[in-house]
Design a binder for this molecule. Structure first.
Ligand code: ADP
Length: 311
């Protein structure tokens, strides 16, 4: 069977007041995969997905969802596309559970709303109006509404914003199930841990264009060379204030205190960095109990690509 991408964005341009906030962006998302659009705030992630959702018309380039134009073919796409907007986008006067049941009735083959409500913990606030929900509760309801119609394509904009860790896990479990059921899931996030955890495919975006794309292992392996960012984790037997170490290593390194007895050095860590750190600690009679070179993360990849931190 020919395999066309669920979402295909080519050379997308979107301008606000003459300024291109999306500037020639390419994006492909496939069925049965979670695609994460990762980038700092203001990178153009929301604008990009809003163009895919048909909420904004591009100023240039093309957007195809399931082979259709999200603006011109909005009616045809509606039953097949689930959308979770950043602010929830839900009517504020409706009770949570009524909202979900109402939306479910609009689809021919909806998910069982009792099960969905239980999984996302909606029962705890079933009779509360949307207006009075907390940010995290509103997010969970918005997710339920986005997926209840068994969409083939799901857009989730910063889905875990404001959620507690337990809800976040429930959300990721649901996202994985949707993917395993063959849906194309496209999520935006500025949290690299989130992208690392759930994404099959990551598109790193900054200033409205794509800096890098690939699977998480591909991105982590790409471009590792002397000078790439790494993190040195030092565990000590006693408390240590790393202020002086910052001065010793210079401004190319970020020295952070993790707890009283551990600190991290992030930057282009080489053996000399380790030696300097160890010598500085020895001068202070601090016993080093463990030295680890931390795992490379997508944060390090972003730092190497842009010279800036993602947060
Ligand atoms: P992200 O989702 O990556 O944080 P956005 O797509 O929300 O980025 O925003 C990209 C840029 O576009 C930001 O500088 C933002 O201020 C600007 N922007 C977004 N929406 C509008 C709008 N409706 N009018 C003017 N500028 C906007």
């Amino acid at each position: 069977m020919p395999h066309s991408p669920a979402v295909e964005v080519r050379g997308l341009v979107k301008r606000y007041d003459g300024r291109a906030v999306v500037d020639g962006l390419d994006l492909t998302a496939s069925a049965g995969q979670v695609t994460a659009v990762l980038g700092p705030n203001g990178a153009g992630k929301t604008t990009t997905v809003e163009c895919c959702e048909g909420l904004r018309a591009p100023d240039g380039g093309t957007v195809r969802v399931l082979g259709l134009d999200p603006v011109a073919d909005a009616a045809a796409l509606r039953p097949a596309v689930g959308v979770m907007l950043q602010d929830g986008g839900l009517p504020t006067g409706v009770r949570a559970r009524e909202m979900l049941d109402h939306v479910a009735r609009m689809y021919s083959r909806p998910l069982d709303t009792d099960t969905l409500a239980e999984r996302l913990g909606l029962d705890a606030f079933a009779r509360t109006t949307v207006r009075r929900l907390s940010g995290g509760q509103r997010q969970r309801l918005a997710l339920a509404v986005a997926v209840v119609g068994r969409p083939r394509v799901v857009f989730l904009d910063e889905p875990s914003a404001g959620m507690d860790p337990q809800s976040r896990l429930a959300v990721w479990e649901l996202v994985r199930e949707l993917r395993d059921g063959g849906a194309a899931v496209i999520l935006t996030t500025h949290l690299m841990e989130e992208a690392e955890d759930v994404a099959d495919h990551v598109v790193v975006v900054d200033h409205g264009t794509v800096l890098a794309r690939g699977s998480v292992p591909e991105l982590l392996a790409a471009g590792v060379e002397p000078g790439s960012t790494a993190t040195l984790v030092v565990h000590t037997a006693s408390d240590v204030d790393p202020t002086g170490l910052r001065e010793r290593l210079g401004e190319r390194f970020v020295v952070e205190r993790r707890s009283g007895t551990s600190l991290t050095v992030t930057g282009a860590v080489v053996p000399a960095t380790v030696a300097t750190t160890a010598a500085w600690l020895a001068e202070r009679d601090v016993l080093v109990t463990r030295l680890d070179l931390g795992r490379r993360t997508l944060e390090d990849v972003f730092l190497d690509l842009t010279g800036r931190s993602l947060r």
